[in-house]
Design a protein around this ligand. Structure first.
Ligand code: ZN
Length: 182
């Protein structure tokens, strides 16, 4: 299951395995466009320093809240108010679209700008919060990694971002440590 806010949070990329490499993909306009396309978010304004700053502020807020939630802490009224401030910045119209004979009820922003994108990011987080699947929201157990993911495993047992890197690395390390202790 995909969530826009998770993709957005993972714009902070950390190697977490070989070294402390860090890439902030919010600085990469091409990456941002690639983020928006699958979510059908076509915007009418370009990226500016100020917009990147605002996106980073939102990302910091969401990461803090995701950390809280994954530690079973409830959101405070202040947290909720801050999220609502982003939602209030964008107005929507409802529209019926005729797609080759199939009618689809869709939402259309009054102004498809970065405020709209930020509202959609917050909306996806709010959807997850309000549909009780919150226990599936996780941060990779490799602290140096920090990758956020939605655990779709049957028993909600997944702890690593991808088994092929962080999980393997940690297992190899544990194995080595155990060997050394012997
Ligand atoms: Zn990881």
């Amino acid at each position: 299951m995909d969530f826009l806010f998770i993709d957005f949070l993972n714009s902070e990329w950390r190697d977490g395995i070989h070294d402390d490499s860090y890439i902030d993909r919010l600085d990469d306009t091409k990456w941002m466009n690639e983020l928006l396309t699958p979510w059908e978010l076509t915007i009418n304004e370009g990226m500016t320093e100020e917009k990147i700053k605002r996106l980073k502020t939102l990302r910091a807020l969401l990461r803090k809240l995701v950390i809280d939630v994954t530690h079973n802490q409830q959101l405070t009224d202040n947290d909720v108010n801050q999220l609502n401030d982003y939602l209030y910045c964008s107005l929507f119209l409802q529209e019926i679209r005729n797609e080759s004979g199939n009618l689809r009820l869709t939402e259309k922003p009054v102004n498809p700008d970065w405020n709209w994108v930020m509202a959609k990011i917050v909306e996806s987080f709010a959807h997850l919060l309000s549909n009780h699947q919150i226990g599936r929201l996780k941060i990779c157990k490799n602290e140096k990694c920090g990758w956020v993911f939605f655990d779709v495993s049957k028993n909600r047992s997944r702890v690593w971002c991808y088994h092929s890197n962080c999980g393997n690395l940690m297992n190899v390390r544990k194995h080595r440590e155990r060997k050394q202790k012997k």
